[in-house]
Design a protein around this ligand. Structure first.
Ligand SMILES: [Zn+2]
Length: 87
């Protein structure tokens, strides 16, 4: 699988590491342990199909990316810098 880094171009997946969900998780308020924190840290739907994941280009430019891909076919629909997603 190849991933298109917005800075470096099309690169081998081995230059990247996956870091979890790319979007859709809202951080609970407060610093006291609660069921909301447990869900945020440990509970995932683990759906098959098109998903968005957070990837780090540690073997390249160090960018953090949101990769839109299928976890069934491994087709990649697009990549964006995290800084672009949050702005
Ligand atoms: Zn890069």
């Amino acid at each position: 699988m190849h991933i298109n880094c917005p800075h470096c171009g099309d690169r081998d997946q081995r230059e990247f590491s996956i870091r979890g969900h790319g979007t859709g998780l809202s951080r609970p308020k407060g610093e006291t342990w609660s069921d909301d924190w447990n869900d945020f840290l440990h509970i995932r739907d683990n759906l098959a199909g098109r998903i968005q994941e957070l990837w780090h280009h540690g073997g390249g430019c160090g960018a953090w990316l949101v990769v839109d891909r299928s976890n069934v076919t491994h087709e990649i629909f697009g990549t964006r810098l995290v800084s672009e997603v949050r702005s």
